[in-house]
Design a protein around this ligand. Structure first.
Ligand code: UT7
Length: 326
């Protein structure tokens, strides 16, 4: 049995932080940010809004789109690097708020979190151990940003995305997943203690060697896409859509070039959300579905990388799935 995406849902906070807002906070410019990253604005959670709040809202929109009730699911896997607390897990909190049942746990693989989560849930569903799984990527990264560090504060944003995973019906669904990790790159992006900032933000902060991560990312996105396609036995030419982690528009363009695919094959909505870590792939997938970029029978690749270093990709034969949410 193969597992398949039954619906996609998203939630982003109402608060918008534009490049012009950042110009007032740190020495940067709208032009620099747009040209170097492709980002125009990002969402920012309210001080009282938690990662769990975002995850619950995204899960509800995925369930609503599929016409399912929380009790119709029996597994929750949440990819996040910004859980509300060390424990209980964010997934347990989501389960309680939804009124769902079954095992629930978090996966911490930074920006590759959604790929790790969907890959694990795929094993549960395809082995029959779960009937229908909620797979969520949710982050409130702006709570761990130093808004004086222009190397990171212009890049990251908050958001959440979710899919319901269930048994494939037409022989489609997830064809392969590959996951990797190399801890020797752990010092390239990490969280360190930070100065307390306004509204409690900044107790811990992301530190990043942007240039080194950039070089790694442009190489690895193409490499792992080809690895996952080879494992699935799907030729690159038959891929309709590649949904990469939204870290930087230039990384996405470079990956398209390396693969030799038209830029239009790559999903790219980074202008509106920035880098939302484990939420970025489901957020971009949702926009692609809403824009009618996928038809049943199409092949797509979800591909990402992040702190760890971690990276991975999944090849999917799209069976058709509704999308919902903000
Ligand atoms: O999802 C987690 C994975 N993370 C990533 O994928 C991040 C990958 N890296 C990147 O996206 C880019 O490296 C950044 C967007 C973080 C930085 O862009 P860059 O083109 O690599 O800039 P850079 O660090 O090479 O800096 C170029 C110049 C420097 O000035 P000088 O030394 O040439 O005078 C920086 O000081 O740009 C300066 N700079 C800025 N200027 C205005 C760096 N950040 C900014 C800024 N505004 N925000």
């Amino acid at each position: 049995m193969q597992s398949s995406i039954k619906s996609v849902g998203t939630y982003v906070p109402d608060g918008v932080l534009t490049n012009f807002d950042l110009e007032k906070m740190v020495e940067t410019s709208d032009t620099w940010i747009r040209e170097r990253t492709g980002i125009k604005e990002r969402r920012i959670a309210a001080p009282t809004q938690t990662t769990t709040d975002l995850a619950v809202a995204a899960a509800q929109s995925a369930l609503g789109a599929a016409g399912l009730r929380p009790e119709d699911t029996d597994l929750i896997v949440l990819g996040t690097s910004t859980p509300d607390s060390f424990f209980p897990s964010g997934a347990s909190l989501v389960q309680q708020q939804l009124g769902a049942h079954g095992p629930a746990f978090d996966v911490q693989a930074a920006c590759t979190g959604f790929l790790y989560a969907i890959s694990i849930a795929d094993r549960f569903v395809s082995s029959g151990q779960a009937r229908q799984a909620l797979v969520i990527g949710a982050e409130t990264l702006t709570k761990i940003i130093n808004f004086k560090d222009r190397g990171t504060c212009v890049v990251f944003g908050d958001g959440a995305g979710a899919v319901v995973l269930g048994p494939a019906v037409n022989g489609g669904g997830i064809k392969s997943c590959v996951l990797h990790s190399d801890g020797s790159g752990g010092d390239l992006i990490y969280v360190a203690p930070g100065e307390p900032g306004p509204e409690g933000r900044g107790h811990a902060e992301i530190r990043m060697d942007g240039r080194k991560v950039f070089r790694f990312a442009t190489q690895i996105l193409a490499e792992v896409t080809l690895e996952a396609l080879a494992k699935a036995g799907v030729p690159l030419e038959s891929v309709r859509l590649i949904v990469p982690h939204q870290a930087n528009a230039r990384i996405i363009e470079a990956a398209a070039k390396k693969l030799g695919v038209a830029p239009g094959v790559m999903a790219n909505n980074i202008a509106w959300y920035g880098n939302t870590s484990s939420a970025s792939i489901p957020l971009a997938l949702k926009d692609a579905v809403v824009d009618n970029r996928l038809q049943p029978g199409d092949h797509l690749v979800l591909v990402g990388f992040g702190s760890g270093l971690t990276w991975g990709a999944c090849v999917i034969e799209w069976e058709g799935a509704p999308a919902g949410g903000a």
